[in-house]
Design a protein around this ligand. Structure first.
Ligand code: F0G
Length: 451
């Protein structure tokens, strides 16, 4: 029998190095949360039992990646590790200009510094928070154009990450020459980790090419998005994952990549393009802020590990396990009464806190209330993606992101059991108020208090 036809989802790896996880008593967790100003970002790692804060930079590297690390070439310019990475990225994406950066937001900052004049507009299915913040810092405007169905958590559709093409047409008319860049975020993290269809990428690409507007992918989770196209979009079932990924990149003029996701590294990113004039501007800014063009703020060993990870993320056995394990998590939560964004996404399960604690109004942060309850109940750390992170958020979500190749099925079973305990207490959970907040990206450092 094909091992994948059995119901049990076996992790497609065995474990060679282990890391202990902390176990805390309820009063210790409570004291930790009070000290952290009820902000889970401010907990210490040793205060968290299962850390689902992010899938970014938290993955386990393979034996092959660790071996590549030892081979890292630390030459300041022209290192072999860069040549290896450059070849892998060119093979996967086809983009002729490949710049390494220390993480995804560095690529966003370079774009914002060099090609987004004040007053310009960037259109995206949904900007990730750092992308939006970098664009706004440049005095430009970030406009989100998600499909309407993305705002209906319980509605199951295969490609809820798509951009609303009618809204794109209207925005192109409304903003005209001010549109400096169109982006698609694959998968659409801020809108529930939902994938974007190839048909949608094609439709966006066609409109941008007709108007000569540069079109970039935020390709942090390019492999997961390609996998969902193969699984869900008619006509792609027999395509290889790299062929699908390549088709996605072929439709765009460039990409930003946080390699901390589908690059399966702890640090790293990329800025790639086929636009020669933009590449030159990017390279000059890179040297100013990140480092020379063949290392971009990274060590040679980081480049080496990234080159291996970018390919490992395209392995169908790994992707099948990734999809099935997130779906298992989603199903388990649903069975114990936790409302979640349907269908299960690629890197996380998103709890619909608005539905779980309807007695808490948006300005009292229902998502934060549920996230804090999961921590108090079982030491689980997720992240609010709602009105605390985005003051005008339409959905009140808690994201439980699953690091790559880190937790096993029993860890997930534990999380589901803890979530069940939170469901029983849902009606008594408090709202929160802001005690102290910074001027932007407030969720990272805000202090809160229960009401
Ligand atoms: N784009 C997307 C879609 C992201 O999810 C992230 C990061 C970035 C860009 C920025 O990349 O962190 O390497 O600078 N997302 C992390 C998360 C932080 O938790 O979802 P970065």
């Amino acid at each position: 029998m094909d091992p994948w036809t059995y119901n049990t989802i076996i992790e497609p790896f065995r474990i060679k190095a282990v890391e202990p996880i902390p176990f805390l008593q309820p009063e210790e967790r409570h004291a930790a949360l009070v000290r952290a100003g009820y902000n889970l970002f401010k907990l210490l790692a040793q205060e968290v039992t299962i850390d689902l804060l992010t899938d970014s930079g938290t993955g386990s590297m393979s034996a092959h990646q660790w071996a590549a690390l030892m081979e890292g070439d630390e030459s300041y310019a022209g290192s072999r590790s860069f040549q290896d990475l450059d070849a892998v990225v060119k093979r996967i994406t086809g983009f002729p200009h490949v710049l390494p950066v220390h993480q995804g937001r560095a690529a966003e900052r370079i774009i914002a510094h060099t090609v987004l004049p004040a007053g310009s507009v960037v259109l995206n299915n949904t900007h990730f928070d750092t992308t939006r913040a970098n664009i706004e810092q440049a005095g430009a405007t970030a406009v989100d154009l998600p499909v309407p169905i993305a705002m209906e958590p319980s509605h199951s559709a295969p490609f809820k990450g798509d951009m609303d093409i009618d809204a794109l047409d209207r925005a192109l008319l409304e903003y005209r020459d001010r549109v400096a860049l169109v982006m698609l975020t694959l998968t659409n993290n801020a809108a529930g980790g939902q994938p974007v269809s190839m048909a949608n990428i094609e439709a966006v690409s066609q409109r941008c090419r007709a108007r000569e507007i540069p079109f970039f992918l935020d390709a942090a989770r390019y492999a997961e998005n390609a996998w969902f196209i193969r699984r869900r979009e008619p006509g792609y079932g027999d395509w290889s994952v790299p062929a699908i990924a390549r088709r996605m990149f072929d439709l765009a003029d460039g990409c930003t990549v946080s390699a901390k996701k589908d690059g399966i590294v702890n640090i790293g990113g990329l800025l790639c393009t086929r636009l020669d004039d933009w590449a030159e501007k990017f390279a000059n800014d890179l040297i100013l802020g990140e480092g020379y063009t063949t290392y971009g703020g990274l060590a040679g060993r980081d480049l080496a590990a990234m080159a291996v990870g970018l390919d490992e993320a395209l392995d169908p056995d790994y992707l099948r396990y990734r999809e099935r394990s997130i779906a298992y998590f989603a199903k388990g939560l649903t069975q114990v009464g936790v409302p979640i964004v349907q269908p299960a996404g690629g890197h996380a399960v998103f709890i619909d806190a608005g539905a779980l604690v309807p007695h808490i109004p948006a300005d009292q942060f229902p998502g934060q209330s549920v996230a804090n309850a999961l921590y108090l109940e079982g030491g689980i750390r997720g992240v609010e993606i709602g009105s605390l992170m985005f003051p005008n958020a339409k959905l009140q979500l808690v994201r439980l992101a699953v690091p790559r190749r880190v937790y096993t099925q029993s860890h997930i079973d534990y999380v589901i059991e803890v979530a069940q305990a939170v469901v029983r207490k849902a009606a008594e959970l408090p709202g929160y108020r802001v005690v102290k907040e910074p001027p932007f990206l407030r969720h990272f450092t805000v202090d809160l208090a229960p009401i």
